[in-house]
Design a protein around this ligand. Structure first.
Ligand code: PLP
Length: 238
């Protein structure tokens, strides 16, 4: 049985985040149904994720394959996004565990995911996003903006991947508005590629606890929110 008090807390946290998404959508006149909430569950136990599921959270984001491997089968009927860097030796496990891999940033990794998908789940394409290092921050993963076109050349050849869109991480700076420029540039990159007929889906995964309202104002279709739902990582539960 899930802890009823925790289910209630998570239900309220989810409602607050959805309200903030709706408010951010109202500013540019977007439909909130166009924004998917990924609850970032790194460091959160499988037990607590079952409570989260009962509270209406259905998509979880994990940044490590190893950690997700210990949870996925314990939280049945959830959907999983990989949001952390993927090493090629963990690609097979990742295809087994995740519904969407948000962090594809090289042709080599994409080719590997493509052939594993063909082998493990014939007839079903694997949903991926391309992670873009919009700010060319040496501390972040992702393809640099000027290499995106060449990467798309290679990815379009891969029949078992569905390139749903782009993902980025905003600047971790003083105010949420510091990330706005990053989000605007990701949206523009996506628009430019799609206007040129690239086989790139419209998803824009951007925005975390500190900056998701700004990301939604700038067009995010997926927000990845951890602390605003589960509380500070490593802190004792409220
Ligand atoms: C941890 C993480 C998040 C969520 O961060 P919060 O600040 O807890 O909302 C989002 N995206 C990525 C890539 C992460 O690693």
């Amino acid at each position: 049985m899930n802890d009823p008090a925790d289910v209630e807390r998570l239900r309220e946290a989810r409602a607050r985040v959805l309200e903030q998404i709706a408010a951010a959508c109202a500013r540019p006149g977007r439909d909130p149904a166009g924004v998917t909430l990924v609850a970032v569950s790194k460091t959160v136990s499988a037990e607590r994720l079952r409570a989260a599921l009962e509270a209406g959270l259905v998509i979880f984001g994990e940044n490590r394959v190893q950690e997700a491997a210990g949870k996925v089968s314990d939280v049945p009927s959830a959907t999983w996004h990989l949001i952390g860097p993927l090493q090629s030796n963990k690609a097979r496990r990742a295809v087994e565990l995740f519904d969407t891999i948000e962090t594809v940033d090289s042709a080599a990794l994409a080719r590997r995911l493509d052939s594993i998908t063909a082998e493990l789940r014939p007839g079903r394409r694997l949903a991926v996003l391309i992670q873009v290092n919009v700010d060319r921050d040496p501390g972040k993963a992702g393809v640099e903006p000027e290499a995106l076109d060449a990467l798309m050349d290679e990815l379009e050849e891969l029949e078992h991947l569905e390139i749903r869109g782009l993902m980025t991480i905003g600047r971790l700076a003083g105010s949420p508005d510091d990330a706005r420029g990053t989000f605007v540039r990701l949206r523009q990159l996506s628009q430019r590629l799609r206007e040129r007929g690239r086989a790139l889906g419209p998803e824009l995964s951007m925005g975390m606890t500190d900056d998701f309202p700004v990301a939604v104002e700038e067009g995010a279709t997926i927000v990845r929110v951890g602390r605003a739902i589960f509380g500070e990582r490593g802190a004792a539960r409220p």
